[in-house]
Design a protein. Sequence first.
Length: 303
Amino acid sequence: MSEERGRSEGARRASGAFAWRPALPSRAGLRAVAARVWRHLKENQFSLLAAGMAFRALLALFPALIAAVSVFGILADPDDLTDQIGTWLHAVPKAARELIEDQLRTIIATDTGTLGFAFVGSVLLAMWSASGGMYGLMQGCDAAYDVVDGRNYLVKRGIALLLALGVGAFLCVGVGSMVLIPVLLDQIGLNRIAEFLVIVGQWVVLAGVTLGGLAVVYRIAPHRQSPSGRRLTPGVFLAMVLWVAGSWVFTFSVQRFGHFGATYGTIAGVIVLMLWLWMSSLIVLFGAVVNAELERRRVSAPI
């Protein structure tokens, strides 16, 4: 009887049934996990996967801006979109932020009829490029968990497209809250305290949207049994914190020590944006590797 119970518990342990147990690692355990994460990142060439994701994100960015201006132009003044996105992009280095804002102004100045025709093509191009980035993210998550996705290419690309649509919906909610709420405040007319609380609430919503998007990606991207939310929490919060801190450090370094303008001339903004997208992609993959290594430790730890 005890042998059968042991085999049953072993099977459940192998399937990840015990992986939700908190059992925080000791200091030595954390060092061991950190060493395995570093080794995993090097052995599986995650920096190259992140570079591919960054390239796809850059391809998707400007078509997505055209689509956003077309949609939000129906609901609000497109100039408000530029102002609010500029506020939202404070984490982005100045050169990259100016590149995005200049492109936004160019799109807004485009004839409305031409913009309408460009809307459909922009959405299709943005979705295809974004799904390519998600496809690379799925490969990275599979590598993090050491699993092989045996499904055919069309199925995997379809899942990547659904992931891109889901993350795009999260971004629309976040950007929409940043754009539409100030417009509503101008119509209602609130006092300063209420306006301050609403502004704080905007950033809380944006942080929640970011965390929710990361949780969805970490849950669906790997080809494995869907883990519980508790198992995803460390990687989600770590990726969020590292992204905010990394963006600040990168922005500070570019402004103080970078000489991209002297080296790259007119394409300096593109180079800075690519580097920032690469860093962001690598951090997302890093969060997946952390979740995978912590789960391996929990599964192998004694009860």
